[in-house]
Design a protein. Structure first.
Length: 288
């Protein structure tokens, strides 16, 4: 190797070292800000988008983007567990995704199986409980078996709930709930006058989860894509241009910090929210 090439390589190594240190410092600062602010979302839901474009911009096949996206999943799950987030819903595979080329669907199912197989012991040891929403019975038999095994292994865990939306459609979820309630009305097992928002929510796939506080969509697209249409009525929405394979802990912390700076009014005015916060503070002080 020539002296010029050696010098160039050395400068490149120094640059990468400085970049890593800066990134680490920024990540630690963001994490400290998130923890200090305190009002963490109980439930984060993520539309993981941009795997294909990430790969295309690098001249790689689409599956390479999906493979890289798995690394983001691992890091975000880890981060949510560390922060004490109650639930994380990941939009892993929609009903509409079955329309993709057969080879890509097959590759995604194999990737799902391999990822669960590789990560289940780690998830279980970290007290993560896996659950699913969607029509998982439509998954290939081998994939379905792997998913059900993971659910069974982690069913008694009490930490982060990792909720995977698989073969999921919010519209179909709502229709399923309507059909279920209708059958009960026909059978006279429920009084129609008792059907309210809370009752309806208890008939959705997410009946045992709080509604998402924060919805994150990667890759810069401004749409919901048939995701949790009932549940996100009052969710805070955060859009980032970052593709999912590049969405890691610093990007998650930035999204949470953005959420923490917002005022959630739920139809009320700011003055009402301020008064309620003062009452809560007085109540807390009075209980000490």
């Amino acid at each position: 190797m020539s002296a010029r090439n050696t010098d160039k390589s050395s400068r490149k190594s120094v640059f990468h070292a400085l970049t890593r240190n800066f990134s680490k410092s920024k990540k630690e600062k963001l994490l400290a800000e998130v923890q200090e602010a305190g009002n963490l979302p109980r439930h984060i839901a993520i539309i993981m988008d941009g795997n294909g474009r990430w790969a295309k911009e690098r001249g790689m096949p689409r599956i390479a983007g999906h493979n890289q996206g798995v690394k983001s999943v691992k890091e975000i799950v880890e981060a949510c567990g560390e922060l004490g987030i109650e639930a994380l819903t990941l939009y892993a595979f929609s009903q509409e995704n079955w329309k993709r080329p057969t080879w890509e669907v097959s590759a995604l199912m194999k990737l799902l199986m391999r990822t669960i197989s590789n990560e289940i012991d780690n998830l279980n040891s970290n007290n993560v409980r896996i659950k699913t929403i969607g029509h998982i019975e439509l998954l290939p038999p081998e994939t379905l078996k792997q998913v059900q095994t993971a659910i069974n292994i982690t069913k008694n865990n009490t930490g982060l709930i990792l909720n995977l939306a698989l073969s999921y459609s919010a519209r179909i979820e709502i229709l399923d709930a309507v059909k279920k309630i209708s059958r009960n009305i026909i059978q006279n097992s429920i009084n129609i006058e008792k059907i309210d928002e809370d009752f309806f929510s208890k008939n959705l796939d997410t009946w045992d989860l709080p509604d998402p506080d924060l919805v994150i969509r990667t890759s810069g697209e401004y749409r919901i894509s048939n995701f949790l249409l009932w549940q996100i009525a009052y969710s805070e929405i955060y859009i980032t241009d970052t593709y999912w394979p590049d969405f890691r802990k610093p990007q998650l912390y930035e999204a949470i910090r953005n959420y923490q700076k917002r005022e959630r009014r739920f139809g009320k005015v700011s003055e009402q929210i301020s008064i309620e916060k003062k009452h809560v503070k007085k109540s807390v002080r009075g209980n000490k």
